[in-house]
Design a protein around this ligand. Sequence first.
Ligand SMILES: [Fe+2]
Length: 335
Amino acid sequence: MESAISLIKQNHLGLSLASLSIRELLFVKAAPGNIYALENGNYKIVLKKKAVINKTVLKELLANSQYYLFMDSLTREQLKKTHQDNLRMATRSLSVGDLTENALYAANLLTINMGYLYERPIDDELLKLQHQCAQNLANFLLEIPELHHDIYQQYIKQKHHFVFAQPFLSSLFVLGALKQSHFFTDKDVEALFVTSYFKDIGMSSIPTDKYDQEELDEQEKKLLAQHAKHSVSILKNRLALTPAHLTIIENHHFFSLMTQGLDLDSVSKDVVFGAETMIISVMDIISAMITGRPFRNANTLFEALELVKIIMSDQYPQEFKLVVSYFRNFFFNKR
Ligand SMILES: [Fe+2]
């Protein structure tokens, strides 16, 4: 009898629970509801409502491989709302108090909210919030290049899922290098930060946990190959991006396609690939290479620059010099 009741309870839980990433519990001081994990096919409470959440608790959950958590779906909606409100507040008051901490907090919340946008890329409110807050953060980052290295180091310690961390990391490098070049106005750099930040939103057509596998299946590979086009479809007429910025998004893998020796016939060669596309593309490659993935270790900066040299040095020698000098300053002069 007991097992029958338990089965009914389990089924009911299965219907009312929503999955929750452990990273959504960052910056949450107490569990907003019971938090469950699956154990031998059954839901088991791992944190009771109002239980204190801190680094130790999160580490224990990670140590027990409880990456996949569950929470009552209504409570998760409230948690989302809290993260969204906090993001809005954080990006409105970036200049008050500790600047590194403020930028880091905003970047972390932006990343958590990127996860929500991937769940519902067609949600206008989510996209608008993400866009406004990314813009605010970009403006702030433009004022504090000397703090970028600290922000980068502390941000990667949070170990966000790489799919959601990559847009911020690559765009931070884009912003820093373009600012250092003095060729662009701050307004131009801000627009290119946003372009870089949203260029991979089309990757949301594949469930995030699939990216943890070393190999995607054939259908997923096709979707991934088309993600730049999907990004444009998602963003067109919804974000204030010019056609030129959308073209950069559409072609942001042109250079990495070349390095993989893939057939380029499907890529329109009529498009003029400007230096902006090149910078956004190589910063994407470098930031991905120097951070690890579940299925591979991180490469060194030197290895990443060696690859980028092959792609850039013939056609874009000036830009290649800029990239090298930017990273020299970033990692060795701590700027
Ligand atoms: Fe991409």
